[in-house]
Design a protein around this ligand. Structure first.
Ligand code: ATP
Ligand code: AMP
Ligand code: MG
Length: 206
C-alpha cells in the first residue's frame, strides 16, 4: 500500500538557478494573503545546518562536492528532520512544499536527490519540475552572485541536467505513485509558476 501524509506534500525540483526558491518565495506571499496553510521548507537548508555543525563546509554550494557517502548521510538526516517537523505542525488542510533537487551534479556524477528512502520518508503526492530554457537559466545563474554555481554554468550541461532531472523525477515518483508536474518559470514573472503550484495543491485536495 502506498502511504500518504495527512497533509498534502509537494516536492519542488529544478536545476540550480532555474528559480525554485524565488518562485516559492512568491508562493508564500500569495498563500499568506489568501490565508492558505502552507509550509515551505528548503531541503538544502536542513543539509547545510548539519554540514556546518559537523564543520564539513562553509557555504552551501560546497555540499555537492563532499564525498558521496557524506552527502548520503546528510540527505537522510534532512529527509527525516523535515518529515518530523512537518508532522508536528501540519494538519489535513495544510500543504508541505519541499524546495529541492531531483538530481544533483556531484563531483562523482549525477546523483539522485530523491532516492527511495527519501521519497518514502517524505511521501509526496506530487513532484514538480520547474523548467526554463537553458540559456535563460545560465543568465539567471550569472546574475545571482550570492551563489557559487560555476560547476554548472554551461548551457549544454544545463540541458543535460534538465533531461536527467526529468528522468530522475519520474523514477522517484514511481516509489510512491506521485504525479510529476512540469511548470515553466517565465522570465520576469515568477508568480506564474507560484500560482500553478498553488493550483496543483488545491487540485490534489479535491
Ligand atoms: P538553487 O537550486 O541553486 O538553489 P534556485 O532554483 O533556487 O537555485 P533561485 O535562487 O530562486 O534559483 O534563482 C536564481 C536567480 O534567478 C536569482 O537571482 C533570481 O532572482 C533569478 N530568478 C528567479 N526566477 C526568475 C524569473 N522568473 N525571472 C527572472 N529572474 C528570476
Ligand atoms: P539548494 O539551495 O536548493 O541548491 O541546496 C543546496 C545544496 O543542498 C545543493 O546544491 C545540494 O548539494 C544539497 N541538496 C539539496 N537538496 C538535496 C537532495 N534532495 N539530495 C541531496 N542533496 C541535496
Ligand atoms: Mg534555491
Amino acid at each position: 500500500m502506498v502511504e500518504r501524509n495527512r497533509f498534502t506534500t509537494i516536492i519542488v525540483t529544478g536545476v540550480p538557478g532555474v528559480g525554485k526558491t524565488t518562485v516559492l518565495g512568491e508562493l508564500e506571499k500569495i498563500a499568506r494573503k489568501e490565508e492558505k496553510n502552507i509550509l515551505v521548507v528548503n531541503f538544502g537548508d536542513y543539509m547545510f545546518r548539519e554540514a556546518v555543525k559537523q564543520k564539513l563546509v562553509s557555504h552551501r554550494d560546497q555540499m555537492r562536492h563532499l564525498p558521496l557517502r557524506t552527502q548520503l548521510s546528510l540527505q537522510r538526516l534532512a529527509a527525516i528532520s523535515i518529515r518530523e517537523d512537518a508532522d508536528k505542525i501540519l494538519d489535513e488542510d495544510s500543504t508541505l512544499i519541499v524546495d529541492t533537487h531531483a538530481v544533483i551534479k556531484t563531483s562523482t556524477g549525477f546523483w539522485p536527490g530523491l532516492p527511495r528512502e527519501v521519497v518514502l520518508e517524505l511521501k509526496p503526492d506530487s513532484i514538480v519540475l520547474i523548467e526554463a530554457p537553458p540559456s535563460i537559466i545560465l543568465d539567471r545563474q550569472k546574475r545571482d552572485t550570492s551563489r557559487v554555481r560555476k560547476d554548472i554554468a554551461d548551457e549544454k550541461l544545463i540541458e543535460e541536467l534538465i533531461l536527467m532531472a526529468r528522468i530522475a523525477a519520474m523514477s522517484s515518483a514511481t516509489f510512491v505513485a506521485a504525479s510529476v508536474y512540469t511548470v515553466e518559470n517565465i522570465e520576469g514573472d515568477p508568480g506564474y509558476a507560484a500560482k500553478k503550484i498553488l493550483e496543483l495543491s488545491s487540485m490534489l485536495k479535491k
